[in-house]
Design a protein around this ligand. Structure first.
Ligand SMILES: Nc1nc2c(ncn2[C@@H]2O[C@H](COP(=O)(O)OP(=O)(O)OP(=O)(O)O)[C@@H](O)[C@H]2O)c(=O)[nH]1
Length: 203
């Protein structure tokens, strides 16, 4: 989903263990917006690692697959974890960071295990925007998710300088490879003009 957002292309083949921070500049309502997106692989070895990654983020997209009930069951737990960790950590920022819930793979209607109705009820109860999308079929739907997240950040005042936080350069976060998606001069010598994630293996 992140790669679709920043490259406009759907790359079906990839390494699911890949964890990357993508730096990407987009345009929203005529303004340049710099995104820094940690695309997690969900392979955290312990709860401290999850906590560190959650602390790093200012806002969150929680993605499940409509074809996978277990991934949907994780949504509520992740929301609580994010809210808990951020309310314990921040001063001057809203108590709960912006979160958008996304049900992906809606094109796989015959494999669906989670109904739209059920997901909408959960998102209403948790008070977070909800989108059902197909990353495979629609670039626009993917963009809408990130644009909504940005608007939520604006609405909650998360983009004012007073709420900017100094990120701790932790060993864990430093180890995650970084990709500069818009730059032709890329720090590690790679660009995002790849056809498959096989072309693109981080150190
Ligand atoms: N049919 C379909 N397949 C998709 C869609 N989005 C992703 N996929 C496929 O689903 C797999 C996982 O895609 P990712 O976008 O990497 O999602 P992820 O959250 O990293 O998934 P996991 O690795 O399973 O945790 C890949 O094989 C993709 O090709 C979609 O909208 N429709």
């Amino acid at each position: 989903m992140t790669v679709r957002f920043i490259t406009k292309r759907f790359i079906g083949e990839y390494d699911p263990t890949l964890e990357t921070i993508y730096r990407h500049t987009g345009v929203i309502d005529g303004e340049f917006v710099h995104f820094e997106i940690l695309d997690t692989a969900g392979q955290e070895e312990d709860s401290l690692q999850i906590e560190e990654k959650i602390k790093w983020g200012d806002s969150f997209v929680i993605v499940y697959s409509v074809t996978d009930r277990c991934s949907f069951d994780e949504v509520m737990r992740l929301c609580f974890l994010i809210n808990h960790i951020h309310s314990a950590n921040k001063k001057g920022a809203p108590e709960h960071p912006p979160i958008v819930i996304v049900g992906n793979k809606k094109d796989l209607q015959f494999d669906r295990m989670v109904s739209t109705d059920e997901a909408e009820k959960l998102s209403k109860a948790l008070k977070h925007p909800y989108f059902e999308i197909s990353t495979r079929d629609s670039y626009e739907e993917t963009t809408k998710v990130f644009n909504t997240l940005y608007c939520e950040m604006q609405r909650q005042g998360c983009l004012s300088p007073a709420t900017f936080k100094k990120r701790n350069a932790s060993k864990l976060m430093e180890k995650i490879p970084k990709i500069y998606a818009n730059s032709t001069l890329i720090a590690n010598g790679r660009s995002l003009s790849f056809n498959s994630f096989r072309d693109f293996i981080p150190e």
